[in-house]
Design a protein around this ligand. Structure first.
Ligand code: ZN
Length: 201
């Protein structure tokens, strides 16, 4: 049987939806049938939106946050303080800190955290680019805002050792965040407090 028969297409969509976080086989089936019953133009709009995030969105040349331009909206905002650099694991951590609304500096997105057991070493992250950014000068403070997990702490320590010789103040988010919690799920007041109470490495 050809794989592009209608049944094949339905099964394929259910399978793809089922790979998404928080969507089990039942939800995948429900969403698929919802889409099948929907107006064609709404379903095409969803398909276009999915295609756009793949084709148009890429890492910012400066901070590796996600953007559609060369440089993201935060890096290109003249009101942000480029002398303070907040280092996070993922673009969604930038979103969480921005929602807290307490930070006026810029970011550096590592695109992950060191996880030796999973084979994720420094070369898989944007650590080289961070060091290069710092060596170019102009950065006075680096706030390590990796997650308060074993791997997040290890990553922060690794980077602070790398930059130990540079004349930059290194701080870590205060432990208002419960240990082991993940930044993106912290509430905004907690994040604002963690930034406010940051301490020197
Ligand atoms: Zn940027």
């Amino acid at each position: 049987m050809a794989s592009n028969t209608p049944m094949g297409a339905i099964a394929r969509l259910m399978e793809e939806l089922g790979k998404l976080p928080g969507i089990g086989p039942k939800s995948a089936e429900r969403i698929t049938h919802h889409l099948l019953a929907n107006e064609t133009k709404e379903v095409v709009a969803l398909a276009d939106a999915l295609r756009d995030i793949v084709q148009k969105v890429h890492p910012c040349k400066q901070c590796y946050n996600l953007t559609e331009g060369d440089v993201c909206a935060i890096c290109s905002d003249a009101r942000r303080d480029p002398t303070v650099l907040c280092v996070v694991e993922q673009p969604r951590d930038v979103n969480a800190l921005e929602r807290a609304g307490a930070y006026r500096g810029v970011y550096h997105v590592l695109q992950g955290r060191l996880a030796p057991l999973d084979g994720i070493g420094p070369e898989k992250l944007t650590i080289d680019a961070l060091v290069h950014r710092v060596h170019q000068g102009g950065v006075k403070e680096i706030i390590m805002a990796t997650n308060p997990t074993l791997e997040g702490d290890g990553t922060a320590l690794y980077i602070s050792n790398l930059l130990a010789g540079s004349n930059v103040k290194m701080t870590r988010l205060a432990r208002g965040l419960p240990s082991g919690s993940v930044l993106e799920f912290a509430n905004t007041q907690m994040l604002a407090d963690a930034l406010e109470g940051r301490r020197t490495f």
